[in-house]
Design a protein around this ligand. Structure first.
Ligand code: HBI
Ligand code: FE
Length: 291
């Protein structure tokens, strides 16, 4: 089995200096298009009453109907008309500085590759389904689109301040694994959840994880895991509130964070707005299995 890793130390052959590559949409095989359709249909069956309204509206607006892997040339006409964002193809994970630079310029870097048919359930590197199905619909929402630009600018500043770890936690607990409060109850806005069949259910319905009200400093202190379901989900009161806190100057936040230790992934603090205190049953089972 080829270890087709998509993590590179420098731009692989064929990449531009900003790590972008041609999508070469015509080169996708019928099997790769079929994998997209399988993933799309499986997620859409789950997300009608689990995805947040902004996600579902974006999916609709971009017409990602599931006919196969989207052609970025077609996708970008619609997306850029809505919020000025475009999707650019990259070979895989790019260095954080490159990632932040793209976000700050309203370009979302999406992996060009799609997972193999035997990797349907989970892969650690963001493929085109995770990136385009998971992330891009939210970029149709003007408020979230502005949040992502502010996040990119914050990343450019954080790089110089040695605060990348704190900023990565903010991305992880909002853009990747955020839950959103809506009049109809909690809904999913995080790309890592909406692109996962099992976590789309787990994040909203399992008694295992904590669900705690979003707080910027709390999130920036909290560790996360990349190998299993999250043990804590943060609940964002509204996208407008998420944007508002990101527009503030982080300098005093970073100063306070420097005085405080990082928090465990399953911590619950006295000051937390606890929406659901989880029993962490999934994590205990998983760690027992590892032995
Ligand atoms: N590169 N292509 C790609 N996609 C990501 O989501 C990504 C990345 N590089 C770094 C990164 N994410 C994270 O470190 C963010 O927290 C910045
Ligand atoms: Fe992602």
């Amino acid at each position: 089995m080829t270890t087709d890793s998509h993590v590179f130390a420098s731009p692989p052959a064929g990449s531009a200096a900003d790590w972008t590559v041609p999508q070469a949409w015509a080169d996708y095989t019928a099997e790769e298009h079929a994998t997209w359709v399988t993933l799309y249909e499986r997620q859409m069956a789950l997300l009608q009453d689990r995805g947040c309204p902004e996600f579902l509206a974006g999916l609709n607006a971009l017409d990602l109907h599931g006919g196969g892997i989207p052609d970025f040339a077609v996708l970008n006409e619609k997306l850029s008309a809505l919020t000025g964002w475009t999707v650019v193809a990259v070979p895989g994970l790019v260095p954080e500085s490159v990632f932040f630079d793209h976000l700050a310029e309203r370009r979302f870097p999406a992996g060009r590759f799609i997972r193999r048919a035997d990797q349907l359930d989970y892969l650690q590197e963001p493929d085109i389904f995770h990136d385009v199905f998971g992330h891009v619909p939210m970029l149709c929402d003007p408020v979230f689109a502005d949040y992502m630009v502010e996040y990119g600018r914050g990343g450019q500043r954080a790089a110089g301040l040695g605060q990348l770890e704190q900023l990565a936690r903010l991305y992880w607990y909002t853009v990747e694994f955020g839950l959103l409060e809506t009049p109809a109850g909690l809904r999913i806005c995080g790309a890592g959840i909406v692109s996962s069949a099992t976590e789309s259910r787990f994040a909203l319905e399992s008694p295992s994880p904590h669900r705690i009200g979003f707080d910027l400093e709390r999130v920036m202190r909290t560790r996360y895991r990349i190998d299993d379901f999250q043990q804590t989900y943060f609940v964002i009161p509204s996208l407008a509130e998420l944007l508002r806190v990101t527009l503030e100057d982080f300098t005093p936040v970073y100063a306070r964070l420097a005085e405080q230790p990082a928090l465990a992934i399953d911590a619950v603090l006295p000051g937390d707005r606890v929406i659901h205190r989880g029993d962490q049953s999934h994590a205990r089972l998983a760690s027992a299995a590892v032995g």
